[in-house]
Design a protein around this ligand. Structure first.
Ligand SMILES: CC(C)(COP(=O)(O)OP(=O)(O)OC[C@H]1O[C@@H](n2cnc3c(N)ncnc32)[C@H](O)[C@@H]1OP(=O)(O)O)[C@@H](O)C(=O)NCCC(=O)NCCS
Length: 202
């Protein structure tokens, strides 16, 4: 269950903080640059994202942090592990981009040392809750490379449904690559929330 704050009408929330059981989602800051650069400089991360530069250096991290927006044109949040050794270790990022007023596009990545602990799923679900509860999203769209089984699983665990294949940009591959498209409709999200409340499917 995530805790989010109400969104003011201008949807501009530089101080937005979303908390889950293990994660804090908030605006990244310059102090995160080294950890961000270390984790992002990984071909296994870059090849699965549309526009992450590779190799990825400290300058890329600082540029990302300095340009990170927290609404209304884009919600770019860092993901931090609450019980990390540093108190709040940076583990990855997640973003929402409005596409056409009611639909948002979701993106995310987690650094390799933190894979397979359910952290992407926890962050994605919290951001989806935020989009439906606070941004009045009608639907959330996401695309994964057809080879990206882990990301597909994250989306399926979060209630997304397969919505067909297409081609998507890949900076890593300097062109377009085949992608699977997924959508989470508000009605599905509402049902999942209601089932959770009644204990059905828990
Ligand atoms: C995809 C990614 C975000 C997953 O992060 P994560 O924190 O490890 O994800 P979670 O632990 O929440 O869930 C991963 C699920 O995929 C499963 N999985 C892992 N590798 C898999 C694979 N090769 N094929 C299928 N499923 C796989 C895990 O077992 C887990 O499912 P389970 O809970 O049913 O066991 C992470 O690997 C990553 O950042 N990859 C590079 C960038 C990327 O792909 N971003 C998403 C772009 S669409």
């Amino acid at each position: 269950m995530s805790g989010v704050i109400d969104t003011p009408p201008d949807r501009d929330l530089p101080g937005l903080v979303i908390e889950t059981e293990r994660l804090v989602l908030r605006r990244p800051v310059r102090a995160d640059a080294e950890a961000l650069a270390d984790l992002a400089n990984d071909a296994g991360v870059a090849e699965n994202l549309a526009s992450l530069p590779h190799p990825y250096g400290l300058d890329d991290a600082l540029a990302f942090i300095d340009n990170a927006e927290v609404g209304p044109a884009r919600w770019s949040l860092g993901l931090y592990l609450k019980d990390g050794t540093g108190g709040a270790d940076f583990v990855g990022t997640a973003s929402l981009m409005p596409r056409d007023g009611e639909r948002f596009v979701l993106g995310y990545w987690i650094g390799r040392p933190f894979w397979d602990r359910g952290l992407a799923t926890e962050g994605v679900q919290a951001l989806c809750d935020f989009a439906f509860q606070s941004l009045d999203a009608g639907a959330i769209a996401a695309a994964t490379r057809v080879t990206n089984g882990a990301s597909r699983r994250v989306l399926e665990k979060s209630g997304f449904q397969y919505a067909g294949q297409g081609m998507g940009p890949s900076l890593f591959h300097r062109g377009m690559v085949p992608v699977d498209r997924f959508r989470l409709e508000r009605s599905i999200w509402t049902s999942i929330k209601n089932w959770a409340k009644t204990g059905v499917g828990a």
